[in-house]
Design a protein around this ligand. Structure first.
Ligand code: SME
Length: 171
């Protein structure tokens, strides 16, 4: 292993040991959204909050359900594909089945859409509004097996906080 790879692997290990206070993260999201009446502002801050707080990510953002497919929403990270058909890739599969998908190795997920070749693992969580699919939260990591059961539960709680914003001030 080259020195630089060793250094990065070590750094990744150290980062993975830091655990995230997901309850606090959900509270921070609610505070950021106070008096905000446009959902895009909130989704933009949500993606930034996740990206700056969770260690070891290369992409965090939203695909929104529009025109019978997923379309790129607010995100942090490298430029990404703008349209994902329902049932395609990790995002389209999670959306179509309406279930959270944790993929420890995206290279083993048949049909994975590689927007950024740095991604090695991924979590996708469906989001609802008025009981219907609104979109998905998609988070990618350069580390394999980045998302634990604790991350899954914490991020589902975060999505719950985002869903709770619909009832607030949106016009
Ligand atoms: N990996 C996703 C595509 C979106 S990008 O990662 C931002 C997928 O297979 O659904």
């Amino acid at each position: 292993m080259a020195e630089i790879e060793k250094r990065d692997a070590l750094r990744n290990d150290v980062k993975q040991e830091e655990s995230v206070d997901y309850r606090l993260l959900a509270e921070q999201m609610k505070a950021l959204a106070e008096d905000v009446d446009w959902e895009i502002s909130n989704l933009s801050n949500a993606s930034a909050l996740l990206y700056q707080t969770l260690p070891n990510l290369n992409w965090a953002g939203f695909y929104l359900y529009r025109n019978g497919r997923l379309e790129l929403g607010p995100f942090q990270g490298r430029t990404a594909c703008t349209v994902i058909s329902m049932g395609k890739g990790v995002c389209g599969t999670a959306a179509a089945s309406d279930r959270t998908l944790v993929v420890p190795d995206v290279h083993r997920f048949s049909g994975h859409i590689a927007c950024d070749s740095a991604s090695n693992s991924e979590i996708v969580i469906p989001i609802h509004r008025d009981g219907k699919l609104y979109g998905v939260l998609d988070i990618d990591s350069p580390a394999f097996d980045r998302f634990s059961e604790e991350d899954k539960a914490g991020l589902e709680e975060f999505v719950g906080a985002v869903e709770g914003l619909w009832t607030a001030a949106y016009s």
